[in-house]
Design a binder for this molecule. Structure first.
Ligand SMILES: Nc1ncnc2c1ncn2[C@@H]1O[C@H](COP(=O)(O)OP(=O)(O)OP(=O)(O)O)[C@@H](O)[C@H]1O
Length: 955
């Protein structure tokens, strides 16, 4: 636009033309300025033109009252003159005012009247404009055919170029859309061209109105999203649109995308603001109209304001200012609510995503909906500080230029959204080549608990080139929402994995596992638990166990939340062993079937039956005959009694019988009658029920008869069983059933009973310490193991056998026995039998140095015993000294007891029996004379006694 300074018609007209053009292009401030200049230099004759131009400028700004005022003043000048063009323009402007005020029928009339004033065949811009206004009025009045005819006519005119042509095109598209079956593709092409033209001519209001027509086109069925076009129109109309334009935009939004309208516009607040805006515009219009009238140089129009009018003016002015402030405040509030609304929508969408891939793909998309961006994608700083693309989004495949990377890295370090400097922003991220302001680019860190080094790269589009501080604030909140969502999803993934792992672990556990929450409700149970409890998981999950009648005892046991250890709980379907442990969120319990636990215990116990017949060494005929009978008896399940001196291998034989029996796979359980306190013997043998006696375990306990199940029960040292127990045992063996202590259920005896004793039971029967009937019951098969002194031929074999065991256990070379040593060993009478032999041989072998392979020295204890046997007195302590011919009685007695003890290898019972004194007498003599010997020594009674009381306790 060129405007030369100076006075004269030409100058005034140029200024007015510039004003009109600026107004048409939406440059309101410029238009006003040109108008002011025109008005300042206009002569009186040109005042009509000034008012007319003023009316047009005001019309573009949407001030209908001022337009009307200006038109009135313009008409006043021309009333006397014949000026058809001006008259026509006046009418056209009137028509537009009427249209602006929603009076379409009157507008049509005025516009057509204006057209009539123009010379036929004339093709000036005014003619085109008049046609377009008339067509617009006809469209508003729904007179489509006439509107289209006028538009076609206008389009054919030579003056229909530039802005007018684009306006004509938009109107023709609107006309086309009003038809029944619009040709959408054609209309879109026309509209695209018109929009481009507006953009080129920089006419933002026209451009925005064209975008709205685009939205209408899409709403009719053309591809695309109408809200997208409306969103593009929004910022332009906020800047240059009239109140009516904005109202139309909002209505369109509500029609095509109510959710977006809700996001952009808060209904209540916005309607208040809308009303305010309209009132404000009207007020401004009236104020300006008054001012215009007063400043007019026409005497009949320049009425001086009265004092009252001045007061009214002042009041109006202050209302105007207040309204302006209010509108600004409301606009900010609305903007904030709009942003907040969008963030709420964003957070709702994020909350609905459970998959990481989907989340990462959604974040850039949501960001682009929040801020009109051209590109968006996710980047990540790896552990080495390198920038990686985490989700491409619309980012270029390769993140460009090193300096861009550096800028992103430094933005990362700031920890809040940062604009990336324009100079490093590459073309791939939306930089354009022209000199126009470049759309900005930013990095938004996504703050999560675990993915702190994740960020969103955002490049704005050219519809919105600048990121305001408020935008950055909004993006910071968006970043936090995304970070939280990523943390949530990855935590969910971890939780799912942990849950799957827990489920797999639970399923893999053979024991039943059941967990209760803090309120005592069942949260989980595995297949084994469901099987043991005979329930379907669905029956109990989420319910208190106590509420299920069949599981009540279990529920009661777990109710207290106390830890339980091997508690036996009786349920209708059987007894369970329960262990329970509390944890922060409740109780976890393991369940095991009592019977199968017992079988397992049996399995472990039965592993004690290690020896087979192959381990029993001996060729002596009596020994072999005993083994033969044993092998035979092993096949049946009749009770077996094994007798023999201590150390002859009774337990060994019992184990061998078990291993050779059909129930070899079942448990081998032993109990030593001599070692067990008599009060506990019964409960140990038969078990007890819960609460049977003080100190009894709450859930009861199975006894040896139950534990032995279908295997072998070894009653070791049966000769030492108290008489009252003998009665009970006899009844059990006769009836083949028993009851737990404190119980009432009859349990079957399924185990085979093998009893052993070193005692002479027949003598015990005579003495009344053993029951004859029990003896008969136990002695279905009687096996007697001969003492070693009765089978000296087996001694070399046993010596070599135990030497071999010893050397192979210690991985040393074989050891031989010198013939004279072997002769001594064979000469010895072995009161402790094979146990004594094994211990002694191992002891002697252990004294050999590593390179010694032959036992050349008779163990001293044997040597002494042999010497004593040959000459008893020479073996006494101090044997070298001459003995007094008469010894004191105490010394004789001490020697007699010591000798007996040594002879029977510490077996007090046998020693006492040999001396013909009571066992108690023997013990008092031991104490009196301080008799004690070593374990290896065959004459060591204390070691043997100790072994009997502890080591040999089979229970
Ligand atoms: N015939 C044998 N062959 C090999 N070793 C044997 C033989 N008899 C016994 N033994 C050895 O003697 C040890 C004692 O055997 P076992 O405990 O069976 O004797 P026992 O007669 O039950 O003794 P006690 O009456 O004192 O309980 C066994 O550990 C084993 O080393």
């Amino acid at each position: 636009m060129r405007f030369e300074r100076g006075r004269g018609t030409h100058q005034v007209m140029a200024a007015l033309e510039c004003a009109v053009l600026a107004a048409l292009m939406g440059r309101r401030a410029e238009a006003e300025s040109f108008l002011l200049r025109g008005r300042s230099v206009a002569t009186r004759e040109l005042e009509g033109q000034v008012e007319l131009a003023s009316a047009l400028v005001l019309l573009e700004a949407g001030y209908s009252a001022r337009v009307a005022g200006a038109l009135e003043r313009a008409e006043a000048f021309w009333s006397a003159q014949e000026e058809p063009a001006s008259r026509a323009l006046c009418l056209i402007l009137y028509a537009q005012v009427l249209l602006l005020d929603g009076m379409s029928t009157a507008a049509v009339r005025a516009s057509l009247e204006g057209l009539d004033q123009l010379l036929p065949g004339e093709e000036t811009p005014l003619t085109v404009h008049a046609h377009l206004v008339a067509a617009e009025c006809l469209l508003a009045a729904s007179n489509l055919p006439e509107a289209l005819t006028l538009l076609e006519k206008a389009a054919r005119m030579s003056a229909c170029t530039g802005l007018l042509a684009a306006r004509a095109a938009v109107l023709s598209v609107r006309g086309g859309l009003a038809q029944d079956m619009p040709h959408l593709a054609g209309l879109r092409a026309t509209l695209d061209r018109a929009t481009e033209r507006f953009e080129l001519l920089e006419a933002p209001r026209e451009q925005a109105l064209a975008y709205m027509t685009h939205a209408a086109l899409v709403a009719k069925g053309a591809s695309g999203a109408p809200e997208h076009w409306l969103a593009r129109a929004h910022p332009l109309l906020v800047k240059v649109g009239t109140a009516k334009d904005l109202r139309q935009l909002r209505q369109a939004f509500r029609c095509v995308a109510p959710h977006k309208a809700d996001g952009l516009i808060d209904t209540d607040l916005f309607s208040v603001m809308e009303e305010l805006r309209e009132r404000h515009a009207r007020l401004k219009d009236i104020l300006s109209a008054q001012r215009d009238a007063r400043s007019s140089e026409h005497p009949h129009l320049a009425a001086l304001p009265s004092p009252l009018a001045k007061i009214a003016d002042g009041a109006l002015e202050s209302v105007h200012l207040t309204e302006e402030a209010l509108i600004r405040a409301l606009e900010h509030t609305l903007l904030d609510r709009e942003r907040l609304g969008l963030l709420v929508v964003v957070s709702q969408q994020l909350a609905g995503i459970g998959e990481m891939e989907e989340l990462l793909a959604t974040i850039p998309r949501l960001a682009m909906g929040l801020i009109p961006a051209a590109v968006a994608g996710l980047v990540e700083l790896d552990n080495d500080g390198n920038l990686q693309t985490l989700h491409q989004g619309s980012l270029p495949p390769e993140l460009p230029s090193e300096c861009f990377r550096e800028a992103v890295l430094s933005a990362f370090q700031q920890g809040a959204p940062q604009r990336i400097p324009d100079k490093v922003r590459p073309a791939q991220l939306g930089r354009t080549q022209d000199r126009a302001p470049q759309p900005q680019c930013a990095l938004i860190p996504l703050h999560g608990q675990d993915r702190k080094r994740l960020g969103l790269v955002l490049g704005l589009s050219d519809t919105r080139t600048v990121l305001s501080e408020r935008d950055l604030e909004q993006l910071a909140v968006f970043g936090s929402l995304c970070g939280a969502a990523i943390t949530r999803v990855s935590a969910n993934i971890s939780l799912q994995q942990a849950a799957a792992r827990d489920a797999a672990t639970l399923a893999a556990i053979r024991e039943g596992v059941l967990t209760l929450d803090h309120a005592g409700l069942v949260c989980a149970l595995n297949h084994s638990a469901a099987r043991l409890l005979r329930i379907q998981p669905a029956q109990v999950l989420g319910r208190p166990l106590r509420s299920i009648a069949a599981l009540e005892p279990l529920g009661e046991a777990l109710k207290s939340g106390r830890p339980l250890l091997n508690e036996v709980i009786a349920l209708p379907q059987g007894e369970l062993i329960v262990c329970a442990q509390t944890y922060e969120g409740g109780v976890v319990a393991t369940l095991q079937e009592l019977a199968s636990a017992q079988r397992l215990a049996h399995k472990i116990t039965s592993s004690q039956a290690r020896f087979t017949f192959e381990d029993l060494i001996g060729e002596d005929p009596a020994f072999l005959s005993c083994l033969k009978d044993a092998r035979q008896a092993a096949r049946s399940d009749v009770p077996i009694l094994i007798t023999g001196e201590s150390g002859t291998g009774k337990e060994l034989l019992a184990q061998a019988i078990h291993r050779a029996s059909p129930s070899a796979a079942s448990p081998f359980v032993g109990i030593n009658m001599a070692a067990f306190p008599r009060e506990l013997l019964e409960s140990e043998l038969f078990g007890y029920e819960r609460g049977a006696f003080t100190g009894a375990r709450a859930g009861g306990n199975p006894g040896k008869f139950e534990l032995a199940d279908r295997g072998t029960l070894l009653l070791d040292e049966i000769g030492d069983m108290p008489l009252e127990m003998q009665v009970k045992l006899l009844r059990v063996l006769q009836e083949r059933t028993f009851q737990r202590l404190g119980g009432s259920r009859d349990l079957p005896v399924m185990a085979r009973v093998v009893a052993t004793t070193h005692r002479d039971l027949e003598r015990a029967i005579e003495e009344g310490s053993f029951r004859l009937d029990l003896f008969h019951r136990l002695r279905a098969v009687h096996l007697r193991l001969p003492p070693l002194r009765e089978r000296p031929c087996d001694i070399p074999r046993l010596v070599n056998y135990h030497l071999r065991r010893y050397t192979s256990r210690l991985h040393r070379r074989p050891i031989q026995v010198a013939p004279h040593v072997m002769a001594d060993l064979e000469a010895y009478d072995w009161p402790g039998n094979v146990r004594e032999l094994a211990n002694l041989i191992e002891g002697a072998a252990s004294l050999l140095l590593d390179d010694q392979e032959v036992l050349v020295r008779t163990p001293p204890a044997i040597a002494r015993a042999l010497q004593r046997a040959r000459n008893p007195l020479s073996a006494l302590p101090g044997g070298a000294r001459p003995e007094p011919s008469v010894l004191p009685f105490a010394e004789v007695e001490r020697r007699a007891f010591e000798h007996a003890l040594q002879h029977f290898a510490g077996n007090v019972a046998q020693a006492a029996k040999a001396l013909g004194v009571a066992k108690t007498t023997f013990y008092s003599k031991i104490r009196r004379y301080g008799l004690a010997v070593q374990e290896q020594e065959p004459t060591a009674p204390s070691a043997l006694v100790t072994r009997r009381l502890s080591g040999k306790m089979l229970s």
